[in-house]
Ligand binder design. Structure first.
Ligand code: NOJ
Length: 735
């Protein structure tokens, strides 16, 4: 018997049933962050009574330690608490939102973001982070697309793996590692209509093929915990779904960490129509939930359910054991205060961490358009920096930056001013609507300052300033809380009150660069048609302004590529690159030669910007795809290569993407699927051969029996600079 097991056996032998149930209770005292209607009352009394296993929603040694003191010194068994927090894209040093970071396709950088976040979080008394969020999303109306890695399961799985490694570094007993909590299990990103918390209904093939791989990847990377999703799967809410939490997660995937619910999601099963609090709490316990977040259904009802035979004591024992094991893995039984030493607090917001944030902010920027090489800006030019986000600090962190202090963020104006002559005017409000501004003011923080002036006066001033400049840079887009939790939108354009400003700037005839702030793919058809250049900067975090300015002035050559498709209009949603063909495929944008195809009458099927799209200040030329063999036998290997040359004036990075098509199979397969990528750096005129080794692993899919198989036959191998710009070659793969 391992030492860990015998320690926990001994401890559990001493615990009463009430104390065991107490370990399953996760409470939020409130005051910092709260994403549900409730906070926990009488927390100290509950801890003393052995009714609390963990706490979340605050940070700082001075805030954490007093609670741990009560748990360790004033309870019968002195079992330490675990402390959780939503650390989503950095902690006090805020990095770009996860969707932005995913656009770097740079796994080392993404891992570093989680590593630094772990160092800061651990220094701040917290040992458990509610991240990574790995929900695949094909619907940008859903505001939480901001928190994930976009639409692709292959890329999403790589990101999930990198994040877990960053947080846990393979050893939770180290003082600067924290436990990851993968979320939201499962399929949360597929809410009907993109409306948050809404119903999900999906075939098993679709789940296994497209939505489940990133959760699995995070678990295979060793994530210590997983959070259930709010939505239902197959008609049963995730927090009560035994198939999901036990059959799949534990039996098929072998997960041995603990399962925590999302905020009051056990209680919410009553509104879903699953019964009263005792019934839904029993359902959750029997399904495989270990810890109950905030709702207290477990502490209030599990004992009665056991007495009535509705829940077995073994279920409570198993859940309690897993939570104690997590605490032991974190070293809390050796030293309950190991995250409270205050030793490493100087690392928080250190110059090194800010430098990393700046690099990440720059590397997340996606160059959507750059006519006549308008960007990079010349430092000799006079620049009119205009727009509601030009000198806005409050919206730089991005959604879910709970410990991030916006006052420590760098604005775009501050980033640009030291490098060129920059004239500035606000020009417009993010929105003129006070109602909108209030709706977005979560945690009492108003993020939208509505100018007292009349909007037309603001435009007049902006045009006046623009007339004195050589080039206009317009900083426009969403406020940060327009994406994130509870932030679904039915119109995903730039808020309409900014349009008159853009029209007036366009009318000046000056070269027009748009810097677009966004937490989701936006509909940008008008902007694409009217701007000369567009840089998508998402929400860049603490160093946003410096990072964006690095790109605008060419110190960093943009290389990021979209990880979610940008639709032309909302009617095209859901829209994603790895779609199936219909029986009436539509081949290309253009005329209406044949009406009876799978198409819209009023818009082409193609998105505005496809998955994988992103320009550079330089240009790359791709040679033909070369395969080392025309036929491959069984478990052989195929090497696909392409030579890429930098044909432009700047050194630059390119993300070379490998896609595969399986044109004939026993179930329908997507038109193409990402199966590899490599980021390379090339100097002007330099060329490099990039090779991908392909095995049957990359050909596998889930068949009708949900077996993960490959089927022999012909395959198309595509390599290119985006999902819509590839060159292809054919191979035959024999059994
Ligand atoms: C609700 C959110 O869905 C989840 O992502 C978050 O971790 C919890 N609240 C805790 O704040």
């Amino acid at each position: 018997m391992s030492a860990m097991k015998s320690f926990i056996d001994d401890l559990m032998n001493k615990m009463s049933l009430d104390e065991k149930i107490g370990q399953l209770n996760l409470v939020a005292p409130g005051g910092f962050t709260n994403t549900g209607p409730e906070t926990t009352k009488n927390v100290s009394e509950k801890i003393r009574a052995g009714q609390v296993g963990g706490m979340f929603g605050f940070w700082g040694v001075q805030n954490v330690k007093p609670w741990q003191d009560i748990a360790v010194k004033e309870t019968r068994l002195g079992i330490p608490l675990i402390f959780g927090l939503d650390v989503i894209h950095g902690h006090q040093t805020v990095f770009p939102i996860p969707l932005a970071l995913s656009c770097t396709w740079d796994m080392a950088l993404i891992e570093k973001s989680a590593r630094i976040a772990a160092v800061e979080t651990a220094a701040d008394g917290v040992n458990w982070v509610f991240s990574p969020m790995v929900d695949i999303c094909r619907d940008p109306r859903w505001g939480r697309i901001a928190e994930g890695a976009g639409e692709d399961p292959y890329l999403g799985s790589k990101v999930a793996h990198a994040m877990v490694h960053g947080y846990q570094a393979g050893d939770l007993s180290k003082p600067d590692t924290v436990m990851a909590c993968v979320k939201h299990f499962a399929l949360y990103g597929a809410a009907d209509g993109g409306r948050d918390y809404n119903t999900v209904d999906m075939s098993r093939i679709k789940m296994f093929e497209y939505y489940l791989p990133p959760y699995r990847a995070a678990i295979d990377a060793g994530a210590g915990s997983i959070m259930t999703a709010f939505n239902e799967v197959d008609g049963v809410p995730c927090s009560g779904n035994k198939w999901l939490l036990t059959d799949l997660l534990r039996h098929e995937w072998g997960f041995d960490g603990f399962v925590v619910t999302d905020f009051t999601s056990i209680n919410e099963m009553s509104a879903h129509g699953m019964g009263d609090l005792q019934t839904v709490s029993a359902l959750a316990a029997n399904a495989g939930v270990d810890m109950d977040m905030v709702g207290e259904g477990f502490v209030r009802t599990l004992k009665s359910s056991i007495q009535e035979g509705r829940v077995k004591t073994e279920a409570v024992d198993a859940a309690c054991r897993r939570i104690l094991e997590a605490k032991q893995a974190l070293g809390l039984f050796d030293d309950p205060f190991r995250y409270c030493s205050g030793k490493s607090v100087e690392k928080i917001l250190s110059p090194e961490h800010r430098a990393a944030a700046r690099e990440m902010a720059a590397k997340s920027c996606v160059l959507l358009k750059n006519d006549r090489q308008l960007l990079p800006l010349k430092t000799s030019a006079t620049i009119a920096l205009i727009g509601p986000l030009a000198n806005d600090r409050k919206n730089m962190p991005g959604t879910w930056a709970v410990a991030g202090d916006w006052q420590k963020c760098v604005t775009l104006l501050e980033g640009m001013q030291p490098r060129a002559k920059v004239l500035h005017a606000k020009g417009a409000n993010i929105t003129n609507s006070k109602e909108w501004a209030e709706r977005l003011a979560i945690y009492g923080n108003n993020r939208i300052d509505i100018d007292a002036r009349d909007p037309s006066d603001m435009i007049r001033e902006a045009v006046e300033i623009a007339s004195k400049a050589d080039v206009i840079v317009a900083a426009v887009g969403e406020a940060q809380e327009m994406s994130g939790e509870g932030a679904s939108r039915s119109d995903i354009g730039i808020p309409p009150d900014q349009r008159p400003l853009l029209e007036a700037l366009k009318e000046t005839g000056k070269p027009l660069v748009l810097v677009v702030f966004a937490g989701r793919p936006l509909t940008l058809e008008w902007q694409h048609a009217n701007a000369d250049a567009m840089l998508l900067v998402w929400f860049g975090g603490t160093e946003a302004g410096n990072g964006i300015a690095d790109v605008l002035f060419g110190e960093v050559n943009p290389a990021a590529k979209l990880t979610a498709t940008f639709p032309r209009n909302v009617g095209q949603i859901p829209i994603y690159y790895n779609h199936k063909n219909t029986g009436r495929p539509y081949l290309a944008a253009g005329g209406y030669e044949d009406k009876f195809k799978s198409r819209y009458l009023d818009v082409v099927n193609e998105p505005l910007y496809p998955f994988g799209h992103g320009l550079s200040y330089t240009s790359f030329e791709y040679g033909p795809v070369k395969l080392d063999k025309a036929e491959v036998e069984g478990d052989g290997r195929l090497t696909a290569s392409v030579t890429i040359r930098n044909t432009g004036k700047y050194a630059g990075e390119e993300i070379v993407q490998l896609y595969i098509t399986d044109p004939v199979a026993s179930v329908t397969r997507p038109v193409k699927e990402l199966r590899g990528f490599e980021k390379i750096m090339l100097k002007p005129d330099e060329s490099r051969e990039v090779s991908f080794v392909i095995t049957v692993e990359q050909l596998k899919f889930f068949n009708s029996a949900l077996e993960h198989v490959w089927e022999p036959g012909e395959f198309l191998i595509h390599i290119g600079s985006s999902s819509a710009a590839v060159q292809s070659a054919k191979v035959v793969w024999n059994k």
